[in-house]
Design a protein. Structure first.
Length: 525
């Protein structure tokens, strides 16, 4: 344990210097990449609490934690789980040295076992341990998991053992099942609360590959020590598409197994991250109902599947286009242009606005209670439909207040950061409605900012006014109480930006009430 203390302290010191601005700087640092990720990336639903989304790590490539900014960047992708020690490398990994058993190449990065806890603590993510069932012993692998000093909740019994390189050790799936039956009781004794997964193949192996084509059936039929999950890896071939790939998975998927489905590697071999995210979205649905869903990978020196790229000095990294795609998909604090926030997916979230990447708070001028701000509301039929402002939906943001005496309301709702390359005109649309017209003289102001830091603060000097609205103005346009207007503004931000909605009202004997609702925030180019 003492050997891990110094590296861990160095890592912590580095992380403390990596504030939210570190992420913003990385996001803003590369104008050459495509920031204009469009809505063709599916609005991923797998961020719910029932799915553990995360990443497979190439630990031999992953930059040193103590001398680079890679850990805060990984954290920005919001992994709920990550793999250790990775995929194929698991069968030649020496966890005591943090390298492969043969020492690897000079370019390989050393990651001692303490780095597992370092990354888990920094990201809040769980760990799925991939055990070496080929060259190691169950006792050694138990010692590895204990040395990691993190909760052992997920265990994978190897990686892609149906591959031909393991044909000697496992001539068929039966021999692999025999290993499972031998290892599981010992693992259960040491980690009774851990879930254990068995390796399955995610596609047929070809007409003459009997071993691969019978692998899943033989594993399933010969397991006598119960496991909790079947593990599949799902990669799309060049230009294959999600429908064709899932059909190939269906060809081998074990239905009605009473096991969880874990997909601990997925991706698109054509490097189409849009399709990869769509694939992930579909894997969360029936019949798979995937519980662990890990993308390959975080960082690769080869550039394949990598989310980050070295800026040239080996210590400072920034996002690739694929990294931006995953950032805006899994981190609610960043958004792609073209995403429409309808709020309809957040009904069951503990903090719906936070899940949408939004911040709502009172400003210093507000004299009424600080919780009287724009808040998420679920009220059937009281919000606007995304496609027809005259039709209804059930969720949006709302503020309602009845004053007693002279009081002030002044609060603001701030969006996630939109990624933008700084060229061309951007349009912001949002649906607005008022109520309590005779008593409501609030001024609604719409803003954008390229310098706001994403915090729960509002400095007016950092924001540009792009429009205002009042109940009186909407009424003059023929819009009565609870009727929606689709507000529309064109802006020309020079970089990544936020938008905001501010509500200000002075309550007195005449103007005693206010109510405003907003829905369907759409910022696009």
């Amino acid at each position: 344990m003492k050997k891990l203390f110094l590296p861990l302290m160095m890592a912590c010191a580095f992380f403390q210097s990596c504030s939210t601005n570190e992420i913003d700087n990385a996001v803003d640092s590369e104008s050459a990449v495509d920031h204009n990720l469009t809505a063709k990336i599916s609005d991923f639903k797998g961020t719910t609490s029932t799915v553990l989304t995360g990443y497979n790590l190439r630990w031999l490539d992953t930059p040193d934690f103590s001398t680079s900014n890679i850990v805060p960047l990984i954290e920005s992708l919001k992994p709920k789980i990550f793999r250790y020690p990775g995929g194929t490398v698991a069968h030649k990994w020496n966890w005591r040295t943090g390298r492969t058993s043969d020492g690897g190449s000079a370019s390989n990065v050393t990651h001692l076992i303490g780095d597992v806890k370092t990354l888990a603590d920094a990201t809040g993510a769980k760990v799925t341990f991939v055990l070496d069932v080929v060259h190691s012993s169950v006792e050694d692998q138990i010692e590895m998991m204990q040395a990691a000093n993190v909760p052992v909740e997920y265990i994978e019994l190897g990686n892609e053992l149906y591959a031909t390189e393991y044909e000697v050790e496992f001539p068929t799936g039966k021999e692999y099942a025999d290993t499972i039956n031998s290892w599981v009781p010992k693992l259960r004794t040491e980690f009774p609360n851990a879930k254990i997964g068995a390796v399955m193949i995610g596609r047929l192996g070809g007409p003459n590959n009997t071993r691969a084509n019978e692998w899943n059936t033989k594993v399933h039929q010969n397991i006598t020590q119960s496991v909790d999950a079947y593990i599949y890896h799902v990669y799309m071939n060049n230009s294959e598409g999600t429908t064709a790939r899932l059909q190939r998975l269906d060809d081998v998927f074990i239905l009605n197994s009473n096991k969880e489905t874990w997909v601990t590697e997925y991706g698109d071999k054509n490097q189409d991250y849009n399709e990869a995210i769509k694939l992930a979205d579909l894997l969360t649905g029936a019949p798979y109902n995937t519980k662990l869903l890990l993308n390959h990978c975080v960082y690769a020196k080869s550039g394949d599947f990598t989310k980050f790229v070295d800026t040239g000095n080996g210590t400072t990294f920034t996002y690739t286009p694929e990294g931006y795609a995953f950032l805006t998909t899994f981190n609610p604090n960043f958004a792609k242009l073209g995403h429409v926030e309808t709020f309809e997916d957040h009904t069951t979230d503990v903090s719906p606005l936070a899940s949408a990447g939004m911040k709502s708070f009172a400003l210093s001028g507000q004299t009424i209670a600080s919780n009287q701000v724009l808040s998420f509301q679920n009220k059937a039929g009281f919000f606007a439909d995304e496609n027809n402002v005259s039709a209804s939906s059930d969720n949006g943001v709302n503020v309602y207040y009845v004053a007693t005496g002279t009081q002030q309301m002044d609060n603001v709702l701030i969006s996630p950061k939109y990624l933008h390359d700084g060229t061309g005109t951007v349009t912001m649309k949002i649906d607005a409605s008022y109520a309590q017209r005779a008593q409501n003289n609030a001024i609604v102001t719409f803003y954008y900012s390229t310098t706001h830091d994403g915090s729960a603060t509002f400095n007016p000097s950092q924001w540009t006014v792009i429009g205002t609205e009042t109940a009186a103005n909407m009424y003059a346009q023929g819009l009565n109480n609870n009727m929606y207007k689709r507000e529309s503004f064109n802006i020309n931000p020079s970089a990544n930006f936020h938008v905001a909605v501010r509500i200000q009202q002075t309550f007195d004997a005449t103007y005693t009430k206010t109510q405003w609702r907003f829905d369907n925030l759409n910022v696009f180019k």
